[in-house]
Design a protein around this ligand. Structure first.
Ligand SMILES: Cc1cc2nc3c(=O)[nH]c(=O)nc-3n(C[C@H](O)[C@H](O)[C@H](O)COP(=O)(O)OP(=O)(O)OC[C@H]3O[C@@H](n4cnc5c(N)ncnc54)[C@H](O)[C@@H]3O)c2cc1C
Ligand SMILES: NC(=O)c1ccc[n+]([C@@H]2O[C@H](COP(=O)([O-])OP(=O)(O)OC[C@H]3O[C@@H](n4cnc5c(N)ncnc54)[C@H](O)[C@@H]3O)[C@@H](O)[C@H]2O)c1
Length: 456
C-alpha cells in the first residue's frame, strides 16, 4: 500500500487543476486516469464538437457566399479527413498539454488505469494499492443508451468521432444539446439528418418560443424533426442500416437511416468504482450524494464534476474545483448553491442561457417583467446577414434584479456574459440599461431592449 496526501480519481475538468493546486501546497498527490487526460470535454465533448461545428460553419458560409457577393465558391466538397485531422490536432494539443502538466510536477504521481475503492480511504489501480486521507472523485459520465436489438450498431458522442466517412442518413435519438449540435453539423457536411425527440418539443428545458425558433432554424436547413416520438426500439434494417420504431401520434411509426446516434443523456461513471466497498452514497441515478461544499457521505472524500449530478458542464466542473480549493486553502465561503446556472448550445446561431426561463419564473409565481428583441432588429446582425433568433431578459418586478435571459443569435455565447456578470454582481437591470455599449454590436441593443420591459 503506497500512501499519498491526496488521491484524485479522473483527469477530467476538475482533477488536473486540483492536483496542481494541492501539489503547490507540497501535498504528495496521486492522480488516476483510465483513458485520456482531459476526459469527456477535451476528447469526446466540447473540444472535438466545437472544432467540427467550426468546420460546418465554414461550409455553411461558403454555401451562402454568393449572397455576400462572393461567387464561384458554391461547388465545394467536404474533405472529411481534413475536418477530422484539424479536430484531432486541437484535441491532441489539449490532451498532451494536460498530461505533460501532470507528469512534470514532482509532487504528482500519475497512475494510468482503472481506480476501484477497496475501502473508504484506499484504492486498487491495476497492480497498485494506494491510500490517502483525502480523496477527490472526478470520474465524469458516459452516454446513456436506449432500448435496442442485440447486436445493433449504434453511435455515441465518442464513437461518432471515429467515423471514416460521412453517414448517408444520420438518425439521432434525443433532441437536446448533443442531438442538436451533431444534427446541424452533419447536415452542413451534406448528410441527411433526422432527429427523434420524445418530448413535446426540442430542448425541453428551454422556453417554448426558444425551442420553436431552434426547430425553425434546423428545419430550414433541411433537418427532419419528429417530436412527441419516443424511440421505443431500434433494430438493424436489411435495406438501410438501422430502423427506429417510434411511438408518436402522427407520421410514420418508424424511421430508417444509415447510422444511429444516441443523444439521450448521460450516466455517471460510478458503477465500476467499487463504491459498494465504501460508505459513499449515490442517488437513484448513480450520482454521488454531496453537500453544498462537495463533501460526500464519507469525511475526507469529495465528488466533483458531472459525477455529482449538480452540473453537467465543463465550467461547473471547474467551479467545483474552485469550491474545494476555497474550502481547503481559502475562507470556505464558496458553495454550489451560489452558482448561477449558465450554458450555451453551440448550434449556429448559438443559444446562450443564464438563470431561470420565463416558464420557470411563471411556475414559481414570481412577479416578473420581460423584454424581448428580434435579431432582425439588430443592426450588426443585419450587416452580418445573420438575423435568425431573438433575445429575451426576465427581471424581478420588485427587486429589479435580472432573473434570467435567453439569447439565440449571432455571438450569443459571448454576449450573455454581460448579463451573467450583472447577475453575479447582484445589481439591478438598470445598471445595464444605463450603460453605453459599443456600436455596432449585438450587445448595444441590450440597454434598448431593457427600456421596454413589460409584465410577463
Ligand atoms: C458531445 C458533448 C459536448 C459537450 N460540449 C460541452 C460544451 O460545449 N461546453 C461545456 O461546458 N460542456 C460540454 N459538455 C459537457 C462536458 O464535457 C462535461 O460536463 C465535462 O467534461 C465534465 O467534466 P468532469 O471532469 O466531471 O468529467 P469528465 O470530463 O468526463 O472526466 C472524467 C474522467 O475520469 C476518468 N475516469 C472515470 N472513471 C474512472 C476510474 N474508475 N478510474 C480512473 N479514471 C476514471 C475518465 O476516463 C475521464 O477522463 C459536452 C459533453 C458532450 C458529451
Ligand atoms: N454545449 C454544451 O454545453 C453541451 C453540448 C453537448 C452536451 N452537453 C452536455 O451533455 C449532457 C447530455 O446531453 P444530451 O443532449 O445527451 O442529454 P439531455 O439529457 O440534455 O437530453 C436528452 C434528450 O433525449 C430525449 N430522450 C430520452 N430518451 C428518449 C427516447 N427513448 N426517444 C427519444 N428521445 C429521448 C429527452 O427527452 C431529452 O430531450 C448535457 O447535460 C450537457 O450538459 C453540453
Amino acid at each position: 500500500m503506497t500512501h499519498f496526501d491526496a488521491i484524485i480519481i479522473g483527469a477530467g475538468q476538475a482533477g488536473p487543476p486540483l492536483a496542481s493546486r494541492l501539489a503547490s501546497e507540497d501535498y504528495k498527490v496521486a492522480i488516476v486516469e483510465r483513458k485520456f487526460f482531459g476526459g469527456t470535454c477535451v476528447n469526446t465533448g466540447c473540444t472535438p464538437t466545437k472544432a467540427m461545428v467550426a468546420s460546418a460553419k465554414v461550409a455553411h458560409t461558403v454555401k451562402h457566399a454568393s449572397a455576400h457577393g462572393v461567387i464561384g465558391a458554391s461547388n465545394f466538397k467536404i474533405d472529411f479527413d481534413q475536418v477530422k485531422k484539424r479536430r484531432d490536432e486541437i484535441v491532441m494539443q489539449s490532451r498532451e498539454g494536460l498530461e505533460t502538466w501532470m507528469e512534470d510536477d514532482e509532487n504528482i504521481t500519475v497512475f494510468k488505469g482503472q481506480a476501484r475503492f477497496i475501502n473508504n480511504k484506499a484504492l486498487q489501480v491495476d497492480g497498485n494499492q494506494i491510500q490517502a486521507e483525502k480523496i477527490f472523485i472526478n470520474v465524469g459520465g458516459r452516454a446513456r443508451i436506449a432500448n435496442h436489438e442485440e447486436g445493433l450498431e449504434y453511435l455515441t458522442n465518442s464513437s461518432i468521432l471515429n467515423l471514416d466517412e460521412l453517414p448517408e442518413h444520420l438518425v439521432i435519438i434525443g433532441g437536446s444539446y448533443v442531438g442538436v449540435e451533431f444534427a446541424q453539423m452533419f447536415r452542413r457536411f451534406g448528410c441527411k439528418v433526422t432527429i427523434i425527440e420524445k418530448g413535446e418539443y426540442l430542448l425541453s428545458k428551454e422556453d417554448h418560443d426558444v425551442s420553436e425558433n431552434v426547430k425553425d432554424i434546423l428545419e430550414k436547413e433541411g433537418i427532419h424533426i419528429r417530436t412527441k416520438a419516443e424511440c421505443i426500439y431500434a433494430k438493424t434494417s436489411e435495406e438501410e442500416g438501422v430502423e427506429v420504431e417510434i411511438n408518436c401520434d402522427d407520421g410514420d411509426p418508424a424511421v430508417s437511416g444509415s447510422h444511429l446516434l444516441y443523444a439521450v443523456g448521460r450516466v455517471p461513471n460510478t458503477d465500476d468504482l467499487g463504491l459498494e466497498n465504501t460508505d459513499i452514497e449515490v442517488d437513484g441515478h448513480g450520482y454521488i450524494k454531496i453537500d453544498d461544499y462537495l463533501n460526500t457521505t464519507v469525511e475526507g472524500v469529495w465528488a466533483l464534476g458531472d459525477c455529482n449530478g449538480k452540473g453537467a458542464f465543463t465550467h461547473t466542473a471547474y467551479n467545483d474545483f474552485e469550491i474545494v480549493e476555497n474550502g481547503l486553502f481559502g475562507n470556505g465561503g464558496k458553495k454550489v448553491s451560489d452558482r448561477i446556472s449558465c450554458y450555451a448550445l453551440y448550434m449556429d446561431p448559438p443559444l446562450a442561457r443564464v438563470g431561470m426561463t420565463a416558464e420557470e419564473v411563471i411556475k414559481k409565481g414570481i412577479r416578473a417583467l420581460k423584454a424581448e428583441m428580434l435579431m432582425s432588429k439588430v443592426a450588426r446582425a443585419n450587416e452580418k446577414g445573420e438575423t435568425e433568433g431573438f433575445m429575451k431578459v426576465i427581471v424581478d418586478a420588485e427587486s429589479h434584479l435580472i432573473l434570467g435571459a435567453s439569447i439565440l443569435g449571432v455571438g450569443a455565447d459571448e454576449i450573455i456574459h454581460s448579463i451573467i456578470d450583472v447577475m453575479y454582481a447582484k445589481q439591478p437591470y438598470t445598471v445595464m440599461k444605463n450603460a453605453v455599449h459599443i456600436h455596432p454590436t449585438v450587445s448595444e441593443l441590450i440597454p434598448t431592449m431593457l427600456s421596454n420591459l413589460k409584465e410577463i
